[in-house]
Ligand binder design. Structure first.
Ligand code: AMP
Length: 280
């Protein structure tokens, strides 16, 4: 497995793979890998001849006061894990490589998709995500790119960008990978102390409870939302950022659940802001 830090190097690696007729899969990450990331990589290995992952803590998707500086980083550990699942190359650029001085171009996916959920609590977040993913696509030119359903809104933003800008990349979405007790895997879970981690189980358990209510016939979105809020508020360590239900994949407001709906939430425990979701 090779590790590249410059755009010129990864481009040369991609060029050589293309000469051999290899298909290319890209898994964009911010590193500090866990089993969720590895699942994306294994899926990419199944479908593509060459798998490249990017490890880049993208400054433009963090807002002021967020955890850009403290975001966990460990390239040696990540490299060993990626190699273990057969990744061919890691692209790990410095911030200045991606955003050199004078950098001025950003991609804004329209507000209908980006103004709600995480876009509401993290203004500019999806602008940063769309911009860096577009740049990674231009640098690596993958046939397929792999994303986790844990970031459901991110997947919708990227699919919209690909369609609107006629990008030739297939998106593969991988279901959320969880710890044995249901907690969605996240690099930010390392911020949790044992009490907070225990309290954070309320996220997946409340989503499952909501899904069970829908299966049992409940269709009133406000009631389901309130149920989830009440279950999470029962944990004194939880500070709710949002709990919302929208139609899926259109993200329109819903009163009564008819087709598919996205129940998504963001909740803070100490300095960890965790997200999770389920399709109802
Ligand atoms: P991140 O490093 O957090 O930016 O995540 C990189 C990619 O891994 C994104 O497409 C995430 O949606 C995906 N991902 C992160 N956590 C999980 C998880 N628990 N299950 C599945 N995919 C995940």
């Amino acid at each position: 497995m090779l590790i590249f830090h410059t755009i010129a190097e990864i481009r040369e690696f991609v060029r050589q793979a293309r000469v051999k007729g290899y298909s290319i899969g890209l898994v964009p990450t911010m590193g500090y890998l866990h089993e969720g990331h590895l699942t994306l990589m294994r899926q990419a290995k199944k479908q593509c001849d060459t798998v490249i992952i990017s490890i880049f803590v993208n400054p433009t998707q963090f807002g002021p006061g967020e955890d850009l500086a403290s975001y966990p980083r460990d390239l040696d550990r990540d490299a060993a894990m990626a190699e273990g699942v057969g990744v061919d190359a890691i692209f790990n650029p410095a911030a200045e490589e991606i955003y050199p001085s004078g950098y001025s171009t950003y991609i804004d996916v329209e507000q209908r998709i980006t103004e709600k959920l995480c876009g509401a609590s993290r203004p500019g977040h999806f602008r940063g995500v769309a911009t860096v993913v577009a740049k990674l696509f231009n640098i690596v030119k993958p046939d397929y790119a792999y994303f986790g359903q844990k970031d459901a809104q991110q997947v919708l933003v990227i699919k919209r960008m690909i369609a609107d800008l006629n990008m030739e990349v297939g998106v593969v979405t991988v279901p959320t990978v969880r710890e044995h007790d249901g907690l969605a895997m996240s690099s930010r879970n390392v911020y949790l102390d044992p009490e907070q981690r225990q309290a954070a189980l309320s996220l997946s358990s409340s989503l499952n409870r909501a899904a069970a209510e829908v299966r049992a016939g409940e269709r009133d979105a406000a009631k389901i939302r309130q149920l989830v809020i009440d279950l999470i508020k029962a944990e004194p360590l939880a500070r709710i950022d949002y709990v919302e239900i929208y139609s899926y994949p259109d993200l329109e407001p819903v009163e009564f659940i008819k087709g598919q709906a996205l129940l998504a939430l963001a909740v803070k425990f100490g300095r960890a802001r965790l997200i999770d979701n389920i399709i109802l």
